[in-house]
Design a protein around this ligand. Structure first.
Ligand SMILES: *Cc1c(COP(=O)(O)O)cnc(C)c1O
Length: 817
């Protein structure tokens, strides 16, 4: 915080009632009970969310030494701590942030827009930190709670602060504007996607533009017609700094790209010119870079420094990624981030991973200008509070922490020295966080410790997973449980990491198809209850040992399990599958007469849940059949319930069902494909986010003459002279052979490259005649820019099959953006 405060001062600021006493000054705000660093100087704000109420952690936090709380007025208080009571803790948090923001008299930059906010923030942070001590929001903290938390990251010694601000519906910006009050605004761009929070694109722009109500200067691209229209109507000319690829803006831009190098020329209206050079060439990156450059110029960074900074920008976007490491280790790659707020986020992400052998942190000196040495005691505090076992440090300054941390410590002068001494056999099932300043080139360390990956990877965006989960949660009542289907390797996404992530998010149950899948999850430390859809009699012992709950779908199977459990004198939780029309597995109505006595005779088998499955929830033409199924389910399940002294969970809806029949959500729903980003009813397609991107690289490029053929059976014929690229993916990786001969396409530098010839086992050739590409360039096979539904239609299948076909030999990489 910029200014430390007494409890009484805080009570005034948030207009709350103070009860009890706090002797010291408060300089930290926490909303997360697991992130407490200096309890004596922390105020804990108990927020109420859909999932949890922060107030439930108060007893535990009191024990940890927190003595100041901000709570809802209906909460009880206890002796020995100060409590500030308010009607709404979120609003109070925002008021406190607004106060702190006011105390900071240096420039604040506010970034908003649809895409590029985080990238511009990170890049601008890097360029400015060559000259200033910079505070910036960690990751994408840009929401109603995120913006206040970002403001609390600003310290009095900072010389400039960068805040990212996002809104998802009308009416949200006013509160964020009062908190952020940027002096300089940047409007990155506007997406064409229609979100449900706004009635039109113009309305969305107007809402976002409110961030700049009190700004002195606003940077935007005049070529974004609608953005320009709104800003130019709402703000006087002297506040606007526009840029455009045409004449008539404050900065006129022109770009020349040659041999992978782009030159950006900027000409100001007074005819002064600047030239910058970058290895980036795609339009989105160049747009982000132009905004970054103009903001840096506006803040007085000289052109040479800007160029130096650009040369050091990493092309990869900043993200926290989770990668398979050597000897069963798991790597958290944070080589792009090197500020305190980033370290905190990364350590927190580390804590959320499944338990591993040791927690190891590899980090470097912090290399920000103007950053006083007092950052290191703070780093030590973070390390201690996260119970790191081993710290491996590279650099001079970082050695200062050795004395004050509890972990084992080893240190190296340089990254190459570290790399030489890192041996594979020194690691086994460890969790390793690698985070360092760019100039240390820690990607080499990641490379060294990472399991070998062939050119094809499936990247999973954990934030998108959260987004989709919350989309379905919003369709449900607060007490409806969610079972997440992680069968078939979580629809191809990788069961363990996804199960771990949804366990964090508060899912209630998991379901797998086979016992082995459940065993694997348990061995990786997943604790949620797990239902097994299709268990076999041979796996009863495994179910018992690993606490897995089998589905029972026939009388014979019930008897087998009943016998096994009675002779082993084991009790077991089971689930009953009722067949109301699917005709796959399950009890039919005629079976109930025999089933009920069986249930009564075997109380060791506890019925945890009873469910049915809809055959056509995704298609409106089947809705009357679905309703009929639901009615039959109700009738059958009631017949069973009447004979039980306890109440099992009832559930019927899959992803499509949640959307189509929310009134039948019962006690629980079973979420599958929707979580993975495909909304199969087609009603809310734009509201889900694609969670995965399947990528590969170009291995070789060939120039061919008209009439030459490509691949097996000479199926691909060049219609005119051109170029083809050979990609490192084939049907053995799950790239369907039906994509052969132009049925499929990939994206290279954002352009479509159609498949030419037959897909081979490990390779496929694409026509890149019109694309400027080189070997090693990336090709996107599936991803947010490509509709899985359309691709699936193209070859007569469904998105489910495309997702689950991705071979396990394709490495999965998980990230938070
Ligand atoms: C796979 C499965 C689901 C999930 O279906 P989605 O369409 O992917 O949401 C639900 N219930 C059962 C029994 C399943 O087998």
């Amino acid at each position: 915080m910029v200014q430390a405060l007494t409890a009484l001062q805080i009570a005034h600021i948030v207009e709350g009632k103070l009860q009890g006493d706090h002797p010291g000054l408060i300089s930290r705000v926490s909303i997360d009970s697991r992130q407490i660093l200096q309890p004596e100087a922390t105020i804990f704000v108990a927020l109420r969310g859909a999932k949890a109420d922060g107030a439930t952690f108060i007893p535990q936090l009191l024990k940890e030494g927190i003595a100041c709380f901000l709570i809802h007025e209906d909460q009880p208080i206890v002796d020995g701590a100060a409590f500030i009571k308010v009607p709404d803790t979120k609003i109070a948090l925002q008021k406190l942030a607004a106060f702190q923001r006011k105390q900071f008299e240096k420039p604040v930059i506010g970034i908003t827009g649809s895409n590029g906010k985080t990238i511009v923030k990170e890049w601008l942070g890097q360029l400015l930190s060559q000259q200033y001590s910079v505070a910036k929001s960690p990751k994408s903290y840009n929401s109603q709670v995120g913006v206040p938390l970002s403001v609390f990251e600003i310290q009095s010694y900072h010389q400039v602060a960068i805040l990212e601000v996002g809104v998802s519906k009308k009416g949200e910006m006013a509160a964020l504007e009062t908190i952020a009050k940027p002096n300089l605004g940047i409007f990155t761009n506007i997406g064409s996607a229609h979100d449900s929070g706004f009635s039109s694109t113009l309305e969305k722009i107007e809402e976002k533009a409110q961030l700049f109500r009190n700004s002195d200067l606003i940077i935007y691209c005049k070529d974004l017609k609608e953005v320009a229209q709104v800003l130019e109507r709402q703000f006087p000319d002297e506040k606007l700094i526009s840029w455009s690829d045409q004449a008539g803006a404050d900065f006129t831009r022109s770009i020349k790209t040659q041999n992978g190098v782009s030159k950006i020329f900027l000409m100001k209206s007074d005819l002064s010119t600047y030239t910058f050079q970058t290895g980036l060439s795609d339009n989105a990156s160049l747009e982000n870079l132009t905004n970054t450059i103009i903001a840096s110029l506006t803040l007085g960074v000289d052109a040479h420094k800007i160029q130096e900074g650009i040369s050091n920008l990493r092309q990869v976007d900043m993200r926290l990624t989770l990668k398979p490491g050597i000897n069963e280790s798991l790597l958290i790659d944070d080589t792009y981030n090197n500020d305190l707020a980033g370290l905190r986020v990364a350590l927190d992400f580390m804590r959320q991973q499944r338990p591993k052998n040791r927690k190891i942190l590899i980090l470097s000196d912090f290399k920000q200008q103007g950053q006083p040495k007092k950052i290191y005691p703070e780093v030590s505090r973070l390390i201690n509070s996260h119970e790191i076992d081993l710290v491996i440090a590279v650099g001079e300054e970082i050695q200062a922490i050795e004395e004050i941390i509890d972990a084992d410590f080893s240190t190296f002068k340089s990254t190459s020295e570290l790399n030489q001494s890192l041996k594979a056999e020194d690691f086994a099932s460890d969790l390793i966080l690698i985070t360092g300043a760019r100039e240390y080139g820690f990607e080499k360390v990641v490379n060294h410790l990472q399991q070998r990956i062939h050119g094809t990877t499936l990247e999973i965006n954990l934030n998108a997973l959260t987004h989709n989960f919350n989309f379905y949660k919003r369709k449900l009542k607060t007490d409806t449980k969610v079972m997440v289907m992680v069968k078939a390797f979580a629809y191809g996404g990788g069961a363990t990491e996804i199960a771990n992530h949804i366990q964090q998010m508060g899912a209630d149950y998991l379901a797998v198809a086979y016992t082995d899948e459940g065993v694997a999850l348990r061995k990786q430390g997943i604790r949620l209850p797990i239902m097994v859809l299709n268990p076999m009699a041979e796996s009863f012992q495994l179910c018992k040992t690993f606490d897995l709950e089998p589905v029972v779908f026939s009388l014979e199977f019930f008897e087998q399990l009943a016998q096994w459990t009675s002779s082993e004198s084991h009790s077991m939780k089971i689930h009953l599958d009722l067949d109301t029309g699917m005709h796959r597995l399950g009890f039919e109505k005629v079976h109930l007469l025999d089933l009920i006595p069986l249930i009564k005779r075997n109380p060791q088998l506890e019925i945890a849940s009873i469910y049915t499955h809809l055959v056509g929830a995704d298609e409106e033409i089947h809705s009357s059949f679905s309703i009929q199924q639901l009615a039959l389910f109700s009738e059958m399940s009631q017949a069973i319930l009447q004979n039980l002294s306890y109440k099992p969970i009832l559930h019927a809806l899959n992803s499509a069902g949640i959307v189509a029949f929310p009134e039948h959500q019962l006690d629980m729903v079973r979420l599958g494909i929707g979580l993975y980003g495909v909304e199969v009813t087609g009603k809310y397609t734009s509201e889900l986010q694609s969670i995965s991107t399947l990528k590969t690289t170009i291995s070789q490029i060939k120039s061919l003459e008209e009439g030459e053929t490509v691949g097996y059976s000479r199926k691909g014929v060049m219609a005119k002279p051109g170029k083809i690229g050979t990609l490192a993916i084939g049907y053995a990786d799950g790239y369907d052979r039906r994509f052969s001969n132009g049925k499929g396409f990939v994206l290279i530098h954002g352009q479509k490259a159609p498949v030419i010839g037959n897909v081979c086992m490990d390779m496929v050739m694409v026509d890149i005649s019109d694309i400027d590409a080189k070997p090693g360039d990336e090709a996107i096979i599936y991803g947010p820019e490509i509709s899985l539904k359309e691709l699936a239609d193209q070859i007569g299948t469904i998105p489910y099959e495309l997702l689950t076909n991705i071979s396990t030999r394709v490495k999965r990489v998980y990230y938070l953006d």
